[in-house]
Design a protein around this ligand. Structure first.
Ligand SMILES: C[C@H](Cc1ccc(C(C)(C)C)cc1)[C@H](NN)c1nnnn1Cc1ccc2c(c1)OCO2
Length: 329
């Protein structure tokens, strides 16, 4: 058995990717942000304060004949960008890309932070991290993928995110036609709850890869490529107009710049992010100053290969073999 779901950028900056998920009976379809960097499936619901839920599609367990309250269970999550949400828990049928999990923990939000209130294009997150990262108490719950894995043809999923185009999340199979190059595999470390791995080196503008390894996570739920300062500086030293902009909290440059590519080695292959993907978006509508898709991870404490990096590749999240596969596309 397999599943295949389309995913779409939420805006012109590819800030996040939206995937429709069916919950309950009859199906309630909610647009969710699939996040390999977290492990909770939570949604705006009939229990979310009306003022906060305004403009969002919500899940009503009372309207689902298959919904069951998980009595005594609660959840609370704070993300690295300081956004947060919390609430109680139901189990219900959850279908992604045609594949159904009959009793999935659906975490209903009774509280959501302003970042979520304001982002009306999504109704919650679907965590694709490791179960150890789930926040439900007193007993942690499994992710949708973890529940699905044993019934899927193969215990893996792939992410094929694209710039301003429809991409896909495929479950249980690898569509190698989505890739241009071979898939390089490397061990994945799930101990912290996300998909950790080590890149063996990097280069700027098509130069030969160096041997400076980069340990980080493959995170579909983060927009940017967030790396150590020495790597960020090595890149932007090649960009004439690049400068750190305090108000933007990041490196900006003239939108007219012809940005160099950024490459990293992983699993014996090389992934090259074209410079065009590193020119993320004008700092405000009509501005000729653009914000960089590569930024510093210094104040996060972990390197994050977010959507800017993932857009250049077909990425295989192989739970069965605890490994990550990367292929140029
Ligand atoms: C931030 C997302 C989780 C999220 C996604 C979307 C949203 C909005 C819908 C409201 C836009 C909020 C939150 C990320 N997911 N693994 C995450 N969750 N926990 N850590 N990270 C990675 C990190 C950590 C720190 C950072 C960061 C990134 O960007 C800036 O500083």
């Amino acid at each position: 058995q397999t599943g295949s779901a389309n995913t779409n950028p939420s805006d012109s900056a590819d800030d996040e990717y939206i995937t429709n998920v069916s919950i309950g009976t009859p199906a309630q379809v909610l647009p969710l942000d699939f996040d390999t960097g977290s492990s909770d499936l939570w949604v705006f619901s009939s229990e979310t304060p009306k003022s906060s839920a305004s403009g969002h599609v919500t899940y009503s367990p009372s309207k689902s004949s298959t919904a069951k309250k998980l009595s005594g269970a609660s959840w609370s999550i704070t993300y690295g960008d300081h956004s947060s949400s919390s609430g109680d828990v139901y189990t219900d049928k959850v279908t992604v890309g045609g594949f159904s999990v009959s009793s999935q923990a659906v975490e209903s939000a009774t509280k959501v932070s302003t970042q979520f209130v304001q982002d009306t294009v999504i109704s919650g997150l679907l965590g694709l991290g490791f179960d150890v990262g789930n926040t439900v108490k007193p007993r942690a719950q499994k992710t949708w993928f973890s529940n699905a894995a044993n019934s899927l043809a193969q215990p893996l999923f792939t992410a094929d995110l694209k710039h301003q185009q429809t991409g896909s999340y495929n479950f249980g199979f690898i569509d190698t036609t989505l890739a241009k190059g071979p898939i390089g595999y490397t061990p994945a470390d799930g101990s912290e709850g996300y998909w950790g791995f080590t890149a063996t080196g990097y280069s700027v503008g098509g130069a030969k890869l160096n041997r400076n390894s980069i340990t980080g996570i493959a995170d579909t739920g983060t927009t940017l490529l967030l790396l150590d300062d020495d790597v960020v500086n090595a890149y932007y030293n090649n960009v004439e107009s690049a400068q750190y902009d305090d108000s933007q909290q990041g490196v900006v440059f003239d939108c007219s710049e012809d940005l160099p590519s950024f490459s990293f080695g992983v699993g014996g292959t090389t992934i090259t992010i074209p410079g065009s993907l590193i020119n993320l978006t004008p700092v405000s509508d009509g501005s000729s100053t653009c914000f960089g898709g590569l930024q510093s991870s210094a104040d996060i404490g972990i390197n994050i290969f977010g959507d800017v990096a993932l857009k250049a590749a077909l990425v295989v999240f192989d739970l069965g073999n605890e490994r990550l596969g990367w292929a140029q596309k």
